[in-house]
Design a protein around this ligand. Structure first.
Ligand code: B12
Ligand code: SF4
Length: 593
């Protein structure tokens, strides 16, 4: 099949500071390619909609897959999906990615048939299976897949991060990818997921609070394959386990890989694991993003950062001592007034770090989405990009943007424009000499991207697609309302499940009548099906897959091979039986036959 994978356009933030390769799509591309498909990738961060149309007409894809990590890209993808179906009605259109996973039914509703399915969760394993199932009418039985006709079971996690390394060869115009002075810059992933649970973040809810690591060999192998001199590590929190960081580092040294790195981590992780960061400094790690988010205790508690202001300052001191260039982010609350903005400005000018200010934004998939008691001031997806205020502001909206942009620009003058030209100039010249223009351009673009008039005017654009409002609730929401990947049971729960069953005399739950009837019916019916009464251990097909007859009621003792009545004693088990609660009868009956 000819498959086109598409990453949508950049958001405001990426218009200025960075533009990075779509690593998730590249990994999905590897998996699809391994299944024998002809795959192309188009990144609209560096290509245009005209290029997209050209690709649709020239490549004539039989399937188009859109990546929607960012909520603000939803309208763009809906419009492109509709246009694609108009041009090529037979083309299969599917959507995956972080944000799409949290709003699948709503996405399909807006699409009015232009999107065949939304694939929730990680895409590597399931995407090839989706393509295999195109046209067979059973798409919605696959894990994580949602169509207008139904939804499959919860998505499953990739068992091994080493599988499916990114297909970087498919990302064209790679020289366009950069982050600040790291120009050009590739991306890589050493770990996936996050064990913390900050209330404003959906990284942990997407991955069901899981945390996985690539093997040091595979991680280094992947870095060695990268042609660019710089690498952005996309991990949510780098070096949670220092031994993993050291092991990758040793592989990097062994292979003599020389790159400059940028990564993101938490303040408490830097404090606890200072040595691994110091080690990586020697390997080429010069830039890091530290999740500070708020300056005061109250703000940090509200965000459930599980960090104190003291820890944050200590981490900044460590980073300075180790010689890192650090970027930090402060989340501006829409309730801020002029005084509060002034405090942030003053503070930001006294510290050497690069300070970003973003606006507090409840996203589907976060706890704040369900608990934020202020009603949304807008339901326009495009404004959910952390640069717009989507909750009511205490200041008049226009005034809020003036304060926000004023704060951002004063802070920016520290690092961009004429004020910093001496420092930045040499690096810009170096970039230009290498034929790279991303960083030098960034130095002068601030005013055209961040502009209170523009941000205010964005609220008055006609809205074609409106977000479904959250179902507000008091208190902590149930985890089941948040997760995409449902967490695996804890070791204690797993041990309990796997405990050998000695419950031969009625201490367990009896199967409900309708379950028995359903299984008995399926075993009894159909050509070749087992007709009751049947011997214990007999095998045959059933409506639920291969089934075998087993003892269910232990108080009836039956010698192996003896016939029992399906109504009284029985049954099962089937490979694909959709009655997981009956699994216990399998182990019980095994021990009794
Ligand atoms: C790296 C990263 C970035 C990179 C850019 C990555 C890129 N080019 O797409 C940078 C630093 C530029 C960035 C910027 C921003 N980011 Co960001 N980012 C991340 C981060 C930490 C990891 C993403 C990643 O690369 N993961 C690794 C790859 C392998 O996974 P993946 O992309 O999710 O892909 C997998 C699945 O999603 C799925 N999949 C993806 N695409 C497709 C397509 C199909 C067809 C299928 C079937 C499956 C599929 O399969 C993939 C493999 O398993 C996530 C948090 C997270 N853990 O997801 C936040 C995150 C996505 N970012 C977020 C935000 C808010 C932003 C910004 C708006 C603001 C900011 N200051 O951070 C900007 C805007 C960026 C833009 N597009 O213009 C939010 C998204 C919120 C939302 N719901 O919209 C997240 C969730 C972080 C958070 N705090 O909650 N980001
Ligand atoms: S903000 Fe960082 S530490 Fe908190 S849950 Fe998200 S990724 Fe984890």
């Amino acid at each position: 099949m000819r498959v086109l994978l598409v990453h949508p356009s950049p958001l405001m933030y990426s218009e200025l500071y960075l533009r990075l390769e779509p690593l998730g799509v590249e990994r999905v591309a590897t998996a699809i390619r391994a299944a024998g498909h002809d795959v192309r990738l188009l990144d609209l961060q560096v290509f245009t909609h005209t290029d997209y149309r050209r690709e649709i007409d020239g490549f004539r894809p039989q399937a188009v897959g859109f990546s929607v990590n960012y909520l603000a890209n939803v309208p763009e993808v809906l419009d492109l999906a509709k246009e694609t179906k108009r041009r090529r009605p037979e083309c299969f259109v599917f959507v995956g990615g972080h944000s799409a996973s949290f709003i699948a039914p709503e996405f399909l509703e807006h699409a009015r048939g232009a999107i065949d399915c939304v694939v929730r969760g990680e895409g590597e394993v399931i995407a090839p299976r989706v393509l295999e199932a195109v046209g067979d009418g059973k798409l919605e039985t696959l894990p994580g897949v949602v169509t207008r006709h139904g939804a499959g079971p919860s998505p499953t996690l990739l068992d091994d991060l080493d599988r499916f390394p990114p297909a970087r060869d498919l990302a064209r115009r790679r020289r366009k990818y950069f982050i600040g002075v790291l120009d050009p810059c590739a991306s890589a992933e050493l770990t996936r997921g996050c064990p913390w649970d900050c209330s404003f973040c959906s990284a942990w809810t997407f991955y069901g609070r899981s945390y996985r690591q690539a093997s040091p060999e595979a991680a280094a192998e992947d870095l060695a394959r990268i042609a660019e001199p710089n690498v952005f590590l996309v991990d949510d929190v780098a070096f949670i386990h220092p031994e993993h960081g050291f092991a990758i580092g040793r592989e990097i040294e062994r292979r003599r890989i020389r790159k400059e790195y940028y990564l993101e981590t938490r303040c408490d992780v830097l404090i606890k694991n200072e040595e691994v960061f110091a080690y990586w400094k020697r390997l080429g790690l010069h830039y890091m993003f530290l999740g500070v988010e708020a300056l005061d205790e109250e703000g940090l508690t509200l965000l459930r950062k599980r960090a104190t202001p003291n820890e944050n300052w200590k981490a900044l001191e460590i980073a300075r001592r180790l010689g890192f260039t650090v970027a930090i982010n402060i989340i501006a609350d829409p309730g801020w007034d002029e005084r509060r903005f002034a405090v942030i400005r003053e503070w930001a000018l006294t510290v050497p770090e690069v300070v970003h200010v973003t606006v507090s934004t409840p996203y589907p998939g976060t706890e704040t989405w369900l608990t934020e008691s202020r009603t949304l001031a807008t339901r326009d997806y495009r404004l959910f990009d952390v640069q717009h205020a989507v909750l009511p502001t205490r200041l008049p909206l226009k005034r809020f943007y003036e304060e926000l942009v004023e704060t951002q620009s004063i802070i920016n003058r520290k690092h961009l424009g004429w004020g910093a030209v001496r420092k930045a100039g040499a690096l810009a010249v170096k970039s230009l000499l290498r034929g790279q223009t991303n960083y030098p351009r960034m130095l002068w673009k601030f005013g055209s991207v961040y502009n209170p008039e523009r941000q205010y005017a964005d609220h008055f654009r006609p809205v074609t697609y409106e977000m479904r409002p959250p179902r507000l609730r008091a208190g902590k929401p149930a985890k089941s309302d948040l997760y995409v990947h449902v967490p695996a049971p804890s070791p204690a729960r797993r041990a309990e499940r796997n405990r050998p069953r000695r419950r031969l005399h009625g201490e367990r739950r009896r199967p409900r009548g309708h379950e028995l009837q359903e299984v008995a019916r399926s075993l009894g019916g159909g050509a070749g099906g087992i007709k009751g009464p049947a011997p214990i251990g007999a095998r045959g097909p059933s409506a639920h897959g291969a089934a075998s007859v087993m003892l269910l009621r232990p108080e009836i003792t039956v010698a192996p091979g003896r016939r029992v009545n399906t109504a009284g004693a029985i049954l099962i088990f089937a490979e694909r039986l959709p009655l997981p609660r009956m699994t216990w009868s399998h182990s019980m009956s095994v021990s009794s036959t």
